[in-house]
Design a protein around this ligand. Structure first.
Ligand code: PEP
Ligand code: MN
Length: 338
């Protein structure tokens, strides 16, 4: 349930309502959206009579939200969530933010070169995994803590933000020292203990869609993080499992406008892992940008043929350059910036 206050409601009136609801044992999430205070109410609502709330002073409207997610819903917040970083970069605003970098951090030289290339072509965030999700335990697992430090250093040297995938709640303390955005991978989208811990931190979390997750399940996973107190959540569409074997997964372009109508959270598209072939990444990036994605994440490696993982799908620097030019043209055509 969301209580929308009148624009002229006084602070005392708002606090009185909040105190009343808390006294009923309910959880309160207050937000200011377009100059209006919204009070999100969660918990056991059975004993609450909406008609009693509607007549309280200062209340404009009481909206019962039937969707299972509340705080990430557009009902709770009409304007888009925009995440603004200290260096001025933002995600969720008018700009289409580009996250680029290798699949994995492999060495100081590799990540530094990748950072320089990505920065020079217009990326704002450097990605690189230090702990890699592999389907085989015998393959390269990442440089672990050393990899996080190298990523951090390369990002800082090139005025980029750093993003890497956190796999376990026990790693969070390390991650918050070295990265600006913590990625949750698709295999962990419903690792609720991890999500709860990420709800307690003050850093943006990029939540990838699970391989077989519906949009509602994905938004519920986001709700776990936001309800814990961290409202800096970015959704990332990375393809879902369908009956089609020609691609690794099917990038769900339609999820982008659907999410834009259901939720105020920013949405990024990651086409790199879906087609499994670098030659097919650019068309999907164009499609995602045109469909309204707030950002794009692509894998770029200085020498993809020498990469320690995901060799076939990491872009060559000149492909990334082409992608940036084409996406820039699409951004302009739809009134956005790259
Ligand atoms: C990644 O982002 O590096 C990655 C492995 O993607 P996914 O887990 O979505 O396949
Ligand atoms: Mn990868």
């Amino acid at each position: 349930m969301v209580i929308k206050m009148r624009p002229e409601a006084s602070e005392d009136e708002k606090l009185e309502i909040i105190a009343f609801l808390k006294g009923e044992g309910l959880n309160i999430h207050r937000s200011e959206s377009e100059g209006i205070t919204l009070i999100g109410v969660g918990g056991p609502l059975e004993n609450i009579d909406i008609s009693d709330l509607k007549v309280l002073i200062g209340v404009e409207e009481v909206i019962r939200i039937t969707a299972p997610y509340k705080l990430v819903s557009r009902h709770f917040r009409n304007d888009n969530t925009v995440i603004v970083f200290e260096n001025g970069v933002s995600i969720g605003g008018n700009e289409i933010t580009v996250i680029a970098g290798p699949s994995a951090v492999e060495s100081e030289e590799q990540i530094e070169t990748a950072a320089m290339i990505c920065k020079s072509m217009g990326a704002k965030v450097l990605r690189g995994d230090a702990f890699i999700s592999r389907s085989s335990p015998y393959k390269f697992q990442g440089l672990e803590l050393e990899g996080l430090k190298l990523l951090h250093q390369a990002a800082e040297n090139n005025d980029l933000l750093a993003l890497s995938e956190v796999q376990d709640r026990y790693q969070i303390d390390q991650f918050i020292q070295y990265v600006d955005i913590l990625q949750v991978g698709p295999r962990n989208m419903q690792n609720f203990r991890l999500l709860k811990e990420l709800g307690k931190i003050d850093k943006p979390v990029m939540l990838k869609r699970g391989l077989s997750a519906t949009i509602d399940e994905w938004l519920m996973a986001a709700e776990y993080i936001v309800s814990g107190g961290n409202n800096q959540v970015i959704l990332c569409e990375r393809g879902i499992r369908t009956f089609e074997p020609k691609t690794r997964s099917t990038l769900d372009i339609s999820a982008i406008p659907v999410l834009k109508s259901l939720s105020h959270l920013p949405i990024i598209a990651d086409p790199s892992h879906t087609v499994g072939d670098r030659g097919r990444v650019i068309p999907l990036v164009r499609a995602a940008a045109a469909a309204g994605a707030d950002g794009i994440m692509v894998e770029v490696h200085p020498f993809p043929e020498k990469a320690l993982n995901n060799r076939a799908l990491q872009l060559y620097p000149d492909q990334f350059n082409q992608l940036m030019k084409e996406t820039g043209a699409i951004a302009r055509a739809i009134g956005r910036k790259l």
